[in-house]
Write a protein that binds this ligand. Structure first.
Ligand code: AHR
Length: 620
């Protein structure tokens, strides 16, 4: 029996309780959420040295037709490497170029998704020894068929120095595994740099892949933590994410090699874009910055001030007036209004490292002095004992087995009610219980989140991790959303989070569960107001983490029986607890919503084995 007490005032749940954590891991951003189709667009992926690694660019045409190399010849002095093509063949004469031309192609991040009827903007920088006659095309993965093409023709004087070109390509056909080609049939030397291709229909025109953002919109996240994770730390400090390298015109950003997750990012998705994404989602940005500590090296506290200044400047970039140095840069990027940055985290998983506390205190006092309202998150876990340093929140991460995650629905029951609040910024069931994202994992996580709802007087924020995986580069398993160039699906853990979309800012109702000798049930109830229709709703959520089906009698206390009407019952379950979703079966484990007739305050439900059920009632 589950008794829900709707007569007392209940406990307010923080507005920020459920959000998301975006990390540049698994090609979540580069080749994912950031809609740039070209991989290694600046030919910089090999680092500052030449010849640099032009991978995944490849050459079209044999040695007798052209030679391709990289040179430090760019017009951008923070990313000097450019591509040089010496074309020996011509449209006539002794060495005639093949009809399809010679040049280079880029397959994107495991194939570009080009869709019929859509328009794509290709931008590149070019310099030439003579006049220019270049074909810009999207083609199939072998160079055929041509899906969209345009010619870029310029006189020698127009391209004797670096010149920016823009082409709009209208796709005549669809291919999820396309490539971008730049080809010519004319002799001469051509230099190329910063070759970008983007669909025109990005989310709100801000450069984000629409289908992926829409999955986030459906979670209604109240905050977004970014950009990592270990990505912020780096194996070595020289490879850490440093925000100043990621702002300003995209062509001028140097890009960097993320040495934890082992891939190059051109940082098109930079500090500005993360703040923009937060704003577009209506989520509070939570910025994690590097605190002078990586996995393998650390800055001494006595030398950490440049990092502190970098953090202060990053806050000024987000919030400063357009008359401030960094606020002016933000304005020049198209956002004169400040972003609503109110939360920052000093590093990631660095508590206990030699310089953490010393460095943390430097950041804390400088930020509080300059921005007293900014809430600061410490890496040290304060859930079992009080922190020995000042903080507004402490970070709590948990990756564990399903049984352990289930039992953690009591994790914060005994946490001190005084002091900083918990930010559960990373949680997930991992290992064999989770596979690539199982129902079992999602149910255990649901129980954990129900415990968080009940303890939301001491837990203010929670987010699953990791959020995204490009299926071609699974660095971490499982993840909430799996995608490739054109398709995506949510794992059960993604769908589980959808049950909590109304919880942030709602009221927790007191619940008492009497389940004689069956300890696999966890439940909670909330009262929430829908601003769209101004009506109040009760949502009761129950996890059955056991193999028996359960008859549950729900009794709602303190309400006139005529004031309640049943709306819907939503269930997340499947025939096997190990079931997962896939590209072939994206909805094998997905919530099933059915209408619900309820008369009176006592309702009996059958809870399937291994299931998560939400019961929605309208309160008149
Ligand atoms: O979520 C994956 C990784 O797990 C994060 O980068 C790190 O913070 C944690 O160890």
């Amino acid at each position: 029996k589950l008794a829900v007490n709707a007569s007392s005032a209940g406990q307010p749940i923080p507005d920020t309780l459920f959000g998301i954590f975006f990390e540049e891991i698994n090609h979540a951003g580069a080749g994912g959420l950031w809609a740039e189709l070209v991989s290694n667009r600046g030919f910089e992926a090999g680092g500052p040295n030449t010849p640099s690694n032009i991978d995944p660019w490849s050459i079209i045409g044999g040695e007798s037709y052209l030679d391709v190399l990289t040179e430090r010849a760019s017009c951008f002095n923070r990313n000097m490497v450019a591509l040089r093509m010496d074309v020996f063949c011509d449209s006539s004469g002794a060495n005639i170029c093949p009809q399809e031309g010679v040049g280079v192609y880029n397959p994107g991040f495991w194939g570009m998704n080009i869709e019929k009827g859509k328009t794509y903007k290709v931008v590149f920088y070019v310099k030439s020894s003579g006049s220019l006659n270049l074909s810009v095309s999207f083609t199939g993965s072998s160079g055929m068929p041509i899906l969209a093409t345009a010619k870029v023709i310029a006189s020698a004087s127009d391209v004797s120095d670096w010149s920016k070109m823009e082409v709009l390509l209208d796709a005549q056909d669809t291919d999820h595994n396309s490539r971008l080609q730049l080809t010519t049939t004319q002799k001469g030397v051509i230099w190329l740099d910063q070759v970008s291709a983007m669909p025109l229909d990005t989310y709100k025109g801000h450069g984000f892949r629409t289908d992926l953002v829409e999955m986030l919109v459906e979670i209604k996240p109240r905050f977004i933590r970014f950009p990592g994770g270990c990505f912020v730390e780096g194996e070595w400090l020289r490879n850490a994410f440093r925000w100043k390298e990621t702002v300003g015109p995209w062509e001028e950003r140097p890009g960097h090699f993320g040495d934890v997750w082992m891939y190059w990012t051109d940082d098109g998705l930079g500090h500005f874009e993360f703040l923009q994404l937060a704003e577009d989602l209506g989520a509070a940005p939570v910025w994690v910055f590097n605190n002078g500590i990586s996995h393998n090296d650390q800055i001494a506290t006595s030398s950490v001030l440049p990092f502190v200044q970098e953090a202060l400047d990053g806050i000024e970039f987000a919030r400063g007036s357009i008359n401030s140095k960094w606020g002016a840069l933000r304005a020049s990027m198209g956002h004169p209004e400040p972003f609503d940055l109110r939360y920052v985290a000093v590093g990631n998983e660095d508590c206990g490292k030699k310089n953490y506390l010393g460095n943390y205190l430097k950041f804390y006092s400088a930020i509080k002095q300059a921005y007293p309202d900014i809430q600061i998150i410490s890496n040290c876990d304060g859930s079992s004992q009080p922190l020995d340093h000042p903080a507004d929140f402490y970070d709590y991460h948990v990756y564990t087995s399903a049984n352990d995650m289930f039992s953690r629905n009591h994790r914060f029951d005994k946490t001190s009610r005084r002091g900083p609040k918990a930010f559960v910024s990373e949680y997930a069931v991992t290992g064999k219980d989770a596979g690539g994202g199982s129902l079992l994992a999602a149910l255990a996580e649901a129980a954990f989140l129900l415990g968080i709802e009940k303890n939301s007087d001491v837990v203010s924020m929670a987010s699953y991790a990791p959020l995204f995986v490009n299926s071609n580069d699974r660095r971490w398993n499982p993840d909430a959303i799996v995608f490739n160039s054109s398709h995506l699906y949510g794992t059960p853990s993604y769908w589980m989070q959808r049950f909590f979309t109304e919880s942030s800012g709602s009221t927790l109702l007191e619940t008492t569960l009497q389940a004689i000798s069956y300890n696999a049930l966890v439940a909670s109830a909330i009262l929430w107001k829908n601003s769209e229709d101004d009506k109040s709703y009760i949502r009761i959520k129950v996890v059955n983490f056991g193999s028996s089906s359960v008859k549950l009698n729900i009794s709602i206390i303190g309400l006139d029986p005529n004031s309640l009407s049943g709306l819907s019952k939503t269930v997340l379950t499947s025939s096997h607890v190990t079931d997962e979703n896939s590209f072939a079966q994206p909805n094998k484990v997905a919530p099933l919503k059915t209408p619900l007739e309820v008369a009176g305050n006592d309702v009996v439900f059958e809870l399937s084995p291994y299931s998560f059920t939400s019961i929605d009632l309208l309160k008149q």
